[in-house]
Design a protein around this ligand. Structure first.
Ligand SMILES: Nc1nc2c(ncn2[C@@H]2O[C@H](COP(=O)(O)OP(=O)(O)OP(=O)(O)O)[C@@H](O)[C@H]2O)c(=O)[nH]1
Length: 312
């Protein structure tokens, strides 16, 4: 691995090198991967919701300084494939890991390892790449040292560079900045992969759709766990600057449509208002958000529908 130090060129001037690389954040659902990504980036990119399995797309966030760039690949929760969506998610995890420079394995220090952690451990154990075991939720863990030891034991026999850290992604920006520095030190000398100003390679439409889905998930977590997809169907700007966004919430069953709309349309109105507020904060522009609920029967098991909804 390169050292990343400044080199003397033939004219005797020091020429600084840039470091740049891809970093995957893996871990079972709900351990705090999106929270960690957002904290390391300093901006909100991936959706955060208290419900497991919310980050279904491989959202990438980019952290840049004049000399360094980390391209984060935020992989969806790793779990056993139950349907086509599950298979897509596991495929995402594998393809995300094939091509990265550093892996962050995030675990929840409040609990000892479960089957799903073992699954992740098995995949990352044999990859010859630098790995950081990130014990998250330190603020809420009773026996963090013991928990971390148990997770680390699952990596026994690993030959690649392995580091460990305990932190709270949610409320310790200092610790996440330190982790970012450690990750940067593990990256090779490379030219930048993206322009310095780039924060994410998501389109604004995908980004807005994720914010809408996040708000829907927060409100509907018990009624319709995972069966909601969102897509922005049009985005226009009026002369006075107002952004007019039309979006669809896609559900699997007619009965779900009624739940999403709610009595007298209240649920859908609440989702729309909350999402609009978030979008306005980020864009600093006035927004009109039109939401429609549509039914695509059994979309999670339907390859064509998954493709149409952008899960491919
Ligand atoms: N107490 C505590 N809670 C946290 C911390 N980090 C994340 N959480 C919470 O854990 C839950 C899951 O966080 P996410 O960032 O959505 O987790 P994820 O791993 O991306 O989840 P999936 O999208 O399901 O894979 C949310 O309710 C967060 O607020 C932390 O440091 N401490």
């Amino acid at each position: 691995m390169n050292t990343g130090s400044s080199e003397l060129n033939t004219s005797g001037n020091t020429q600084s090198q840039t470091r740049s690389g891809f970093v995957a954040i893996v871990g079972k659902p709900n351990v705090g991967k999106s929270t960690l990504l957002n904290s390391m980036l300093g901006v909100k990119v991936a959706p955060i919701s208290p419900k497991p399995q919310t980050s279904r797309r491989g959202v990438r966030g980019i952290y840049s300084t004049p000399e360094e760039q980390i391209v984060f690949v935020d992989t969806p929760g790793l779990h056993r494939p139950k349907d086509a969506l599950g298979k897509y998610m596991n495929g995402e995890v594998h393809s995300a890991l094939a091509d990265v420079d550093v892996i962050l394995w995030v675990v929840d220090l409040r609990h000892p390892p479960a089957d799903e952690d073992e699954l992740v451990a098995r995949i990352v154990r044999d990859l010859p790449k630098p790995l950081v075991l990130v014990g998250n939720k330190l603020d809420a863990a009773k026996y963090p040292d013991e928990a971390l030891r148990l997770y680390a034991a699952q990596l026994e026999g690993r030959t690649g560079d392995t580091q460990q850290v305990m932190l709270s992604a949610q409320n310790d920006p200092g610790a996440t900045a330190e982790l970012r520095a450690s990750v940067l030190a593990l990256l090779p000398e490379n030219p930048f992969f993206f322009p310095v100003g780039a924060a994410s390679d998501q389109s604004r439409e995908d980004w807005a759709a994720e914010i809408i889905r996040e708000e829907a998930m927060k409100r509907l977590r018990d009624e319709i766990p995972y069966a909601i997809a969102t897509r922005v169907t049009s985005w226009t700007e009026r002369q006075d600057g107002l952004q007019r966004i039309e979006a669809e919430l896609v559900v699997e069953k007619q009965s779900h449509k009624g739940i999403v709309i709610g009595q007298g349309g209240k649920q859908l109105r609440d989702i729309g208002q909350a999402a609009r507020k978030q979008l306005e904060v980020f864009l600093s522009k006035h927004i009109y958000l039109g939401l429609e609920v549509i039914v695509i029967p059994n979309w999670r098991a339907d390859q064509e529908a998954l493709r149409e909804l952008g899960y491919e």
